[in-house]
Design a protein around this ligand. Structure first.
Ligand code: SF4
Ligand code: SF4
Length: 387
């Protein structure tokens, strides 16, 4: 019975638009746990990512080993878990006609995984599979779905289930959709027939390692998050000065290591309009500089960017405008330097104006030297040295 149910689950997955549906057992991932701890010790994963959920100032830097262990153990999500259904959905989509003309120096780029909320879409599809299992088994087994990497280590799950294999950039590569996929999983008490891992690897290729603008892939399969533009773009933290020229026109995310991968070269763009949180790949930057929280939530409604801090997205917009070289950006940037509440945003704006150059930018920077925040003041002084 379980064997045929596994096949029917896969058929249903395909019917509802999940490109890959595979199954693995629900055992723990001790090797992954060890790797995470090592990466934290080497400083490749900030400790804060695994500190207690709501840290007090005294334990903010304290590593929560229990949290790591839970992420590597499916039975921490479901005590009697027997199997994990691991799925992948391709997210490389053709831009709608209405978006194609929106490109230029005053636009910021959204990485393909965030042009819409594919995670939410997958989550709803997983719910359909759970409903199917419940009906077929008369609600005898509990199942839980996860469609975002916040709770379980989903890449090791996908690898063990045979959804794909690890690329040297640390992302899962699927046969059908390359690495342009979001992952999701169902942890279930149901015992299902399992699939085998895919016996493939990158061979001698190292294009992603050599193409990463910030050298964030420090060795095959090892990512230093603190150098990764995708990771940084999602968080309201200071962007190291030597990364800012390399930031380019990114507004959210980075896909350079995926774009250069030969495994992704032949993947066809899907023709469909994602149903949730579609914002397209090009977003006008100038309006973001003065956007209120309510406008921000409205513009990115349904997209995962709405869950990020407005401060981080503004900082990204400022860097992209600084790199645009478009004189139209100078006046709005000056306004940010003079009026924005966030020292983080003002500091990066000083850098952007220093990069833009010109009399107006210089005058505004000199005037802003009366700035009270010490870090911003230093950013302004550094920017002025470029003139
Ligand atoms: S996402 Fe960008 S910064 Fe991060 S590893 Fe890939 S190429 Fe490097
Ligand atoms: S670019 Fe080359 S090394 Fe990197 S993931 Fe793709 S195949 Fe592997």
């Amino acid at each position: 019975m379980s064997r045929s149910l596994a096949s029917r689950i896969k058929e249903l997955g395909e019917e509802i638009g999940l490109e890959v549906v595979k199954i693995t057992y629900a055992g723990a991932f001790p090797e992954t746990e060890e790797q995470i701890i090592q990466s934290i010790e080497k400083g490749y994963i900030p400790k804060e990512d695994y500190c207690p959920f709501k840290p007090t100032p005294s334990d903010a830097k304290q590593l929560n080993l229990n949290k790591i262990s839970k992420r590597c153990n499916p039975q921490s999500i479901l005590k009697r878990a027997k199997s994990i259904i691991s799925v992948a959905q391709g997210y490389l989509i053709e831009e709608g006609e209405d978006r194609l003309d929106k490109k230029g120096p005053l636009f910021g780029n959204i990485a393909p995984y965030a042009v819409a909320n594919f995670y939410y879409e997958v989550k709803l599809k997983l719910k359909k599979i759970i409903d199917f299992i419940d009906r077929e088994t008369n609600f005898k087994y509990s199942s839980k779905n996860k469609s975002c990497y916040v709770s379980l280590v989903e890449k090791p799950i996908a690898e063990r289930a045979g959804v794909g294999w690890y690329g040297k950039h640390g992302i899962i590569i699927t046969e059908k959709y390359g690495s342009w996929v979001v992952l999701g999983e169902i942890i279930t008490e149901l015992e299902l027939e399992i699939d085998n891992p895919v016996p493939k690897d990158c061979g001698e290729c190292r294009r992603c390692i050599d193409s990463c603008p910030t050298r964030a892939i420090v060795a095959p399969y090892i990512l230093d998050r603190t150098r990764c533009l995708q990771y940084i773009s999602e968080r309201p933290i200071k962007v190291p000065v030597d990364f800012r020229d390399k930031w380019g026109d990114r507004l959210y995310g980075c896909a350079t290591c995926q774009e250069v991968c030969p495994r992704n070269g032949q993947i066809k763009f899907k023709k469909y309009r994602p149903p949730y949180g579609y914002i397209g790949s090009q977003v006008p930057l100038v309006p973001l500089l003065t956007i209120t929280e309510a406008e921000f939530q409205n513009y990115f409604a349904g997209n995962q960017i709405a869950m990020r801090s407005r401060e981080a997205i503004k900082r990204n917009a400022v860097l992209a405008l600084g790199n645009s070289g478009d004189p139209e950006a100078v006046r709005p940037l000056i306004k940010v330097l003079q009026e924005d509440d966030s020292p983080l945003v003002r500091g990066h704006t000083a850098w952007a104006l220093g990069k833009m150059g010109g009399k107006k930018a210089r005058f505004a920077l000199e005037k802003a030297l009366k700035e009270e925040d010490q870090e911003v003041k230093e950013e302004i002084a550094t920017a002025l040295r470029r003139f």
